[in-house]
Design a binder for this molecule. Structure first.
Ligand SMILES: C[S@@+](CC[C@H](N)C(=O)[O-])C[C@H]1O[C@@H](n2cnc3c(N)ncnc32)[C@H](O)[C@@H]1O
Length: 254
């Protein structure tokens, strides 16, 4: 199985722990905006929570939870009971520090959970970071109850010849994504483009920016900061030029 590159470790592991440090210094209001790395806006997260009908007590597996913002959003605003997983140990520690949610270090291609234990699962910004996408989706299917709900946020490529890519990412085309879901026995019920949603509210964005600024001030000279910054700059260019678009999907286990 493919292993994360150094740039991915910087982006998803080292920066996760710097994020938790900065939030602890600035205060708890900063936690959610700073910890939604990839999925971003409250409007997007609310759509996913509503589509998956998350409610008090719904068990939710967050695959590739990162620093844990989306799972904490689902817990705080919808009463869901999330379990977080991520292969990066510092990300898992950061999510525990910021939100106190159950979090496990593991690779979602091989989940340490029994079959049919979760009502819902989501993977937000994760499929693009994994080469073996089919393995990951098959594992998510295995741990979902029959008719369990799956949420995805996926960056899909709109062209065959992408420009300068962030290291370690493989972006599926829309057709490849639909084929992957068919072949792992998921039925797509609805999908939307993230560009249809409003930008994050000003206060949310300001909090996220403040945390970024604290991290940059403290670690701007570190090699890991430079590597993580190059990763997000490359991603930003691909999104702005329209070579990537962000798709949200709600599917069910068939
Ligand atoms: C763009 S971040 C998104 C984090 C979080 N889902 C969010 O939306 O804020 C991608 C995450 O996928 C995780 N990841 C990478 N490979 C993975 C794998 N094989 N299984 C599970 N998660 C993985 C990374 O460690 C990282 O935390």
């Amino acid at each position: 199985m493919s292993r994360p590159s150094e740039a991915m470790k910087a982006e998803f592991d080292t920066v996760a722990s710097w994020t938790a440090d900065a939030v602890e210094e600035l205060g708890p209001d900063y936690a959610l905006p700073a910890a939604c790395r990839g999925s971003g806006s409250p409007a997007v997260l609310a759509w996913l929570c509503e589509a998956l009908q998350l409610d008090t007590g719904t068990t939710l597996l967050d695959s590739g939870a990162g620093v844990g913002g989306p799972a904490a959003f689902a817990e705080q605003r919808y009463g869901a009971r999330p379990v977080l997983t991520d292969p990066m140990p510092a990300a898992v520690t950061a999510s525990r520090r910021l939100f106190g949610l159950p979090a496990v270090v593991c690779d979602s291609r091989q989940l340490p959970f029994p079959s049919e234990g979760f009502d819902a699962a989501w993977a937000l910004g994760v499929l693009c970071t994994v080469a073996e996408k089919q393995l990951l989706l098959a594992e998510l299917r295995r741990v979902l109850v029959p008719s369990g709900r799956l949420g995805l946020l996926v960056l899909v490529r709109t062209t065959d010849s992408l420009g300068d890519k962030p290291e370690g990412n493989t972006f599926p085309s829309y057709e490849e994504l639909r084929h992957l879901l068919d072949s792992t026995d998921f039925q797509v019920l609805e999908e939307v483009d993230a560009s249809d949603f409003p930008d994050p509210p000003v206060a949310w964005q300001a909090h996220a920016d403040r945390v970024e600024a604290v991290i940059a001030a403290r670690h701007g000279g570190d090699t890991a900061w430079g590597a993580a910054d190059r990763q997000s700059a490359a991603l930003g260019r691909l999104l702005r030029s329209g070579q990537l678009r962000t798709v949200l999907m709600h599917a069910v286990r068939t």
